[in-house]
Design a binder for this molecule. Structure first.
Ligand code: ADP
Length: 368
């Protein structure tokens, strides 16, 4: 019996009504072991029945694993309700998991990743995307929808449905120039409304496409909503990484588990064949930037590292989370995002699709 084993047991207990465990919510404040007595302090600031339920679950989980142990629970009052919990956001009642997709800065492919990952998952699960990038909402472009959402009978906005997913974006509600002048408090209010006043219905996963950085929206969000986890998108360059560190540190501080890091635009893969002037397949080598690539039977596959950095692996090591994928730069991917069709919809057997499938599998294993 040691602290680590006890933590592992406590990780099996979910916060009542949520798919997240009490360790990741930061409820377990301290564990002290003395001989066969285990003293556990829990930090709770919520309703009485939930306190009782958690307490009973902790005691029964620990005593079933360590029958000879005596378990004492001490309740500490939580000063702030910083446990990412808002018990009563009605419109999210049937949303089983909320996953934030974040990046340190813009243009790293956060929306492209969200859209393609969500599309892969939507083949088997009920998926929604909420685009909270108020200053540059990309969902309307990436999924080719410009419709205005309608108000439902219960005064809730009905999300737009496209490619079998439920979608909501600031871009659906405002004309292009309006949002840039919005200030913090208004942004926070709008964000909250997007959770509370949208008829999300039943969803297995709701992806939140966050604006880059660590601004008002992110803060409102992680304090008000029970996030199941966050995905961090970066590019390999160090510069992007500095920003991404700030973003991921914010999730760590607020006890939102980081599912993993995705490195986008990692490399450029060129594949093809070469023939000589007599139309014969060529055999030989190609040299690019001092690297030699072999051509076998006329076929070549050149994997070019465009950027020097190792952003994804560095950040995943620092956070001690997996590097979920290294997605290459691909002109088709850019083309499809910009023309409003998810790339994965029309590419069934490509390496890029495989990258998104691998990330999706990680999410399925963890949450679905
Ligand atoms: P963000 O949401 O981080 O601002 P976007 O997803 O909008 O970034 O991507 C920015 C631009 O880069 C878009 O034009 C998109 O098509 C392109 N893009 C994103 N990822 C890739 C990639 N792996 N290969 C090629 N183009 C990409």
């Amino acid at each position: 019996m040691n602290k680590e084993l006890i933590i592992n047991e406590l990780k099996k207990i979910n916060y009542p009504g949520y798919s997240r465990d009490i360790i990741s919510f930061g409820i377990v404040h301290e564990i002290l072991i003395k001989d066969s007595t285990i003293n556990i302090s829990l930090k709770l600031g919520v309703e009485k029945n939930i306190i009782e339920e958690i307490k009973n679950n902790v005691i029964s989980m620990i005593t079933s694993k360590f029958p000879s142990a005596l378990v004492n629970i001490k309740l500490l009052e939580s000063q702030n309700n910083n446990l990412n919990i808002i018990p009563n956001i009605k419109s999210l009642d049937k949303v089983k998991n909320i996953i934030a997709v974040a990046s340190g800065k813009g243009g790293v492919g956060k929306s492209t990743t969200t859209v393609n990952l969500a599309t892969v998952l939507s083949e088997k699960f009920k998926v929604g995307i909420l685009d909270l990038d108020i200053y540059g909402p990309s969902l309307p472009t990436a999924l080719g929808c410009q419709e205005q959402p309608k108000m439902g009978s219960n005064n809730l906005l009905v999300p737009i449905e496209k490619y079998g997913m439920k979608l909501m974006s600031f871009g659906f509600l405002n004309n292009e120039s309006a949002p840039t002048i919005w200030r913090g408090p208004m942004v926070s209010r709008m964000t909250q409304q997007f959770f509370e006043q949208v008829e999300w219905g039943e969803l297995d996963v709701l992806f939140l496409d966050l604006p880059p950085g660590t601004g008002d929206i992110q803060l409102t969000l992680v304090q008000k909503v029970a996030l199941s986890g966050a995905l961090i998108i970066t590019t390999p360059q160090d510069l992007a990484l500095l920003d991404v560190k700030k973003a991921s540190d914010m999730f760590s501080k607020l006890k939102t588990p980081i599912i993993g890091v995705i490195e986008n635009m990692s490399n450029l893969i060129l594949e093809g064949h070469i023939k000589d002037e007599n139309n014969h397949l060529f055999k030989g080598t190609i040299e690019i930037n001092n690297n030699i690539y072999n051509i076998k039977d006329g076929q070549f596959l050149i994997d070019l590292e465009i950027f020097k950095g190792e952003g994804g692996i560095d950040e995943s090591n620092r956070l001690d989370v997996p590097l979920l994928s290294k997605i290459p730069i691909n002109s088709d991917l850019a083309l499809y995002t910009d023309k409003g069709t998810p790339y994965v919809k029309e590419h069934k057997n490509t390496y890029i699709r495989e990258c998104y499938e691998n990330i999706a599998q990680e999410i399925i294993n963890k949450f679905l």
